[in-house]
Design a protein around this ligand. Structure first.
Ligand code: UDP
Length: 436
């Protein structure tokens, strides 16, 4: 007991600063990690940009410090360019360095008279400017990589992929298996040379690998109370839960493509008709800006009557609650890592349509290694969509995939038990932070 008391007082004397990249898929896991550290007795300060700032009122357990981001309006609308602009602006302004220096100075004069040593900074892997900002401060930095370990390994293999001729990809090698990284095919690689601005693509790839990783496990369930609502940047429409209550158990497909990917107008139309023609009930998240270049997208003419009340379209869902609902039997996702973990945690098999970056490899792993996902690649077309929906949801064809999703769910839940591997990983991380 004496030993535990010693550890407790060391924890109470330590504070951690976390700095997420200001996008939904990055803010949520960082705040979940912060919650897990706080639950183990560490104090937490969230350093954040003004753009996409988290809501302090939903996290009374943390302190919040805003850093001016100074991103030019012209780049604010472009997701990838914004990451680079954010880094450049932070580096040029020196605001992060200043904020960290003043946090370190005030750490010893904590509120309520409790001095707390600033033990370390935890940053998102794409915020290299923040890592540089710590220079000369003597503040250790840890990095949270918000994608899967497998994708991190892939991103680190890009030199090899070029050396062996897999990249740059060509129309004829897209289906070539990458022998060194099964089960990936060339089409699953994020190929910066195919982006309109290859330099930006390459720089993002470098950012994601330049810093190091220190993360694994379903962070969103490491803290008992989380349901996703507290870290959501957009208002979640809870009316869909009532609608799900009125649906038969195991009957609904949930469709959501996360917070950043776009679809073209043609793809949007094909998705709508694929869903309507499938004959299955569905809950579809059409967030503002989902269709490229369209501010307020319109559902196709005749779609509402074709749905015959089987479908519900909303702007933003309480996704974790939806996936946990007994009416939901499948999830059409863009293979974002958070969405993938949330689906696995609830034992919901997926239909996936990855769009860019790590989503491509994640979709392949989930389909070919874990076999709990039907991968929809190639041109999006209503007939193919309908077939894929049937494969995931059908009483007969979906049996195996649903069985494997349930098995994986059990494994994940074991990792989260008090002596499970995810809990042990966080304990180790806390020990490491205290040793810094
Ligand atoms: N999300 C949500 N409501 C929605 C759609 C998504 O709360 O209607 C949440 C989802 O639970 C997940 C995050 O947004 O935690 C999306 O992260 P992910 O890594 O899957 O994708 P990204 O948005 O980064 O592409």
């Amino acid at each position: 007991m004496a030993g535990t008391g010693g550890a407790d007082s060391r924890r109470a004397a330590a504070r951690v600063v976390v700095f997420p990249l200001p996008f939904q898929g990055h803010i949520s896991p960082m705040l979940q990690l912060a919650g897990a550290l706080h639950a183990r007795g560490l104090a937490v300060t969230v350093l954040h940009t003004e753009f996409n700032a988290p809501d302090p009122a939903r996290h009374l357990e943390f302190d919040f410090v805003a850093v001016p981001d100074a991103i030019p309006e012209t780049v604010a609308a472009n997701g990838i360019a914004k990451i680079l602009a954010l880094n450049a602006a932070m580096e040029a302004s020196g605001h992060v360095h200043g904020a960290l220096a003043s946090l370190m100075a005030s750490a010893s004069a904590e509120r309520e008279g409790e001095p707390r040593r600033l033990a370390c900074l935890v940053i998102d892997s794409t915020l290299t400017a923040t890592q540089k900002a710590t220079a000369g401060l003597g503040l250790p930095t840890l990095v949270l990589h918000t994608g899967s370990a497998a994708c991190f390994r892939l991103f680190r293999s890009y030199d090899m992929l070029h050396d062996k001729g897999y990249l740059p990809s060509t129309e004829s090698n897209l289906d070539m298996p990458i022998e060194e990284l099964p089960p990936l095919l060339v089409r699953d690689l994020f190929d910066p040379s195919k982006l309109p601005n290859k330099e930006i693509g390459q720089m993002i790839l470098n950012l994601a690998t330049e810093t190091t990783t220190n993360s694994s496990g379903p962070l969103h369930k490491l803290i008992a109370s989380t349901n996703g609502g507290d870290t959501s940047l957009l208002d979640q429409d809870h009316s869909c839960i009532e609608w799900l209550d009125s649906q038969a158990p195991g009957s609904v497909l949930f469709v959501s493509f996360g917070s950043v990917v776009h679809v073209t107008q043609d793809e949007f139309t094909e998705i709508a008709w694929g869903l309507a023609n499938s004959g299955k009930p569905f809950l579809w998240v059409v967030r503002r800006g989902l269709v490229l270049g369209v501010e307020k997208q319109q559902l196709p003419d005749g779609f509402e009557s074709a749905m015959e009340g089987r479908g519900k379209v909303i702007k933003w869902a309480p996704q974790q609650e939806v996936l946990a609902h007994p009416a939901v039997v499948g999830f059409w996702t863009h293979s974002g890592w958070n969405s993938t973990l949330e689906s696995i945690y609830e034992g919901v098999p997926m239909l996936s349509r990855p769009v860019f970056g790590d989503q491509l490899a994640t979709g392949r792993y989930v389909a070919d290694t874990w076999k709990i996902d039907v991968l929809l690649d190639g041109v999006l077309e209503r007939g193919e969509i309908e077939k894929a929906i049937t494969r995931v949801m059908d009483e007969n064809t979906g049996v195996e995939i649903r069985g494997r999703a349930k098995e994986l769910k059990e494994k994940v839940r074991m990792c989260l038990e008090s002596s499970g591997s995810s809990q042990q990983a966080v304990d180790k991380l806390v020990d490491h932070i205290l040793s810094l």
